[in-house]
Design a protein around this ligand. Structure first.
Ligand code: GAR
Length: 208
């Protein structure tokens, strides 16, 4: 039985998708805790309602980023996770945090990495005239929004799209993509070679 800890900062809809899929597909895994850096994160309510332990490490209570990261890492490590899932976790993590969980730390980013790292990805894709965008699940390394790509989902950018319309369509794809990627990790189906992630049985790592 694998242990999963999910980190959120807000709505937590990807966390919700992982919790629901874990139960529906009967993964050999349990969501041990949902941890937020914001006490008012809406996702905490869902987690509590589903009997999942929650914890808050409020970044505002720490003067230094490193102190926050160390406290967060200790809370996460307390659950002895096999997989640490960043699901809309909007703090940049220090190299010390990343190193502590490297190889079992994953993130979802709303662009086709390596394009559009950072914030406002949809706005930037629309402004650049992109006809296609997407989401990426990747292993986290010390370089922001980089790291071996586990899977990607694509979404066309339609004429007249706004950040709101595009992000809403993509979010529905994220809710399929992220549980799939986390399941592969739980099943130990992925291998990383020279920064390239492959699925042992050749499952398609692209959702069209
Ligand atoms: C998701 O769209 C996720 O891809 C994005 O934040 C949203 C969180 O939504 N993540 C990032 O931008 C990370 N840099 P959720 O809280 O409803 O899962």
């Amino acid at each position: 039985m694998k242990t999963i800890v999910i980190l959120i900062s807000g709505r937590g809809s990807n966390m919700e998708a992982i919790v629901r899929t874990c139960a529906a597909e009967r993964w050999k895994a349990r969501i041990a805790a949902v941890v937020s850096n914001r006490p008012d994160a809406a996702g905490l309510v869902f987690a509590q309602a589903h009997g999942i332990a929650t914890a808050v490490v409020d970044h505002k209570a720490f003067a230094e980023r490193d102190e926050f990261d160390a406290a967060l890492a200790d809370v996460v490590a307390g659950y002895a996770p096999d997989v640490v899932v960043l699901a809309g976790f909007m703090r940049i993590l220090s190299p010390a945090f990343v190193k502590r969980f490297e190889g079992r730390l994953v993130n979802i980013h709303p662009s086709l990495l390596p394009a559009f790292t950072g914030l406002h990805t949809h706005q930037r894709a629309i402004a650049a005239g992109c006809k296609l965008t997407g989401a990426t699940v990747h292993f986290v390394t010390t370089e922001l929004d980089h790291g071996p790509i586990i899977a990607q989902a694509v979404e066309p950018v339609l004429p007249g799209d706004t950040e709101a319309t595009l992000s809403a369509r993509l979010l529905a794809r994220e809710h399929v993509l992220y549980p799939l990627a986390v399941r592969w990790i739980v099943e130990d189906s992925l291998r990383v070679n020279d920064g390239i992630v492959t699925h042992l049985s050749g499952e398609p790592q692209l959702i069209l």
